[in-house]
Design a binder for this molecule. Structure first.
Ligand SMILES: [Zn+2]
Ligand SMILES: [Zn+2]
Length: 330
């Protein structure tokens, strides 16, 4: 099979022919059809996340067909499944036992601790794979698996906010605007200053207002979610939320947060982060997405152009989500 390999941080991925992996006990062998490219992948390549397995196959927004199984029955079918970032949790630690397997002490993550989906085949624990709703092509479904899931968890942590600000209009926000509108919320979208194309994109998806992150929203927000990995946005978002408002940092990595006066946090404003996902987040979101219905906008790259996809994401050139296709000729 073809696989794009990360040998070490700060190096381009390298195409390699590898044997198809064999599924272990409880694992599925999956023929990958599409895998979305997440900002987390970029943080891993850039050496900003410190303990990836090396060499590594990146990719944790996997859509594929079951092609075999180790010790679990698949009834001779080849169902379509999705594989997210959470590859395994222990089920025994205090976090797992309190419904917070996203914080599991021994969790393993796809495309980080175990090989992921930038390849023709992968293996995954069947308990951490999900059926994918009909009505989505493989390419369209791929961004649901992280941009959608972690975006959804971020939205849950924003509480019942009616006026919701989103900072950074990429793959996650383009899905979340649709979900928030479906839930009757009002969305205020913030892009890099001067990014009028990004602002128009947000408005086209249902945002009520769009502007640069240097602008204040027309009304104080009940909550804001920051998807851009820019710590300087934390005090900016705190100034935009009303008393009691929540600022949720939705990414796995962020530049340092500058110091800020206590008065912008006072009056019970909250700053919090989101880490990973639980399987119940995935089940809830994958049931909700077709009801909205969430439509994803994807930019397709052949598997062998994974480096180009990462570069486009880094430059902020992707409208919606970048997705690698294993069925497109390179
Ligand atoms: Zn991700
Ligand atoms: Zn655990």
């Amino acid at each position: 099979m073809r696989a794009m390999i990360l040998d070490a941080p700060k190096q381009p991925l390298r195409l390699e022919e590898r044997p198809i992996p064999s599924p272990g006990q409880g694992q599925l062998l999956i023929q990958v059809r599409a895998c979305a490219v997440c900002r987390t992948d970029l943080h891993i390549v850039d050496g900003e996340l410190h303990r990836p397995k090396l060499p590594l196959i990146l990719g944790h927004e996997i859509i594929g067909r079951v092609a075999g199984a180790g010790g679990v029955t698949t009834a001779g079918e080849r169902p379509r499944v999705g594989v997210p970032w959470l590859a395994w949790s222990c089920g025994e630690c205090p976090y797992c036992r309190s419904g917070r397997e996203n914080l599991c002490d021994r969790a393993l993550f796809t495309g980080y601790d175990v090989d992921g989906g930038y390849a023709d085949y992968t293996v995954a624990d069947s308990r951490f794979c999900f059926g994918i709703p009909d009505g989505y092509s493989d390419l369209e479904a791929a961004p649901l698996m992280c941009a959608g899931l972690i975006g959804y968890r971020s939205l849950k942590l924003a509480g019942d906010a009616q006026r919701l600000g989103l900072y950074g209009i990429g793959a996650a926000a383009h899905i979340l605007i649709q979900v928030a509108r479906y839930q009757g919320r009002r969305v205020y979208a913030f892009t890099r200053p001067g990014d009028s194309a990004g602002q128009e994109f947000a408005l086209s998806l249902g945002a009520e207002w769009a502007g640069g992150s240097d602008q204040m929203p027309p009304f104080p927000l009940d909550a804001a979610i920051i998807f851009a990995p820019v710590g300087a946005l934390v005090p900016i978002a705190l100034r935009a939320v009303a008393k009691g408002g929540v600022v949720v940092c939705g990414g796995i990595q962020m530049t340092d947060i500058p110091s800020f006066p206590y008065e912008i946090l006072w009056e019970e404003r909250v700053v919090r982060s989101v880490a990973n996902l639980t399987r119940s987040d995935a089940a809830e979101f994958l049931a909700l997405a077709p009801k909205v219905p969430v439509r994803t906008q994807v930019e397709e790259f052949p598997l062998t152009a994974a480096n180009d996809a990462l570069a486009a994401l880094k430059r902020g050139r992707v409208k919606g989500a970048a997705v690698l296709s294993m069925v497109t000729a390179s």
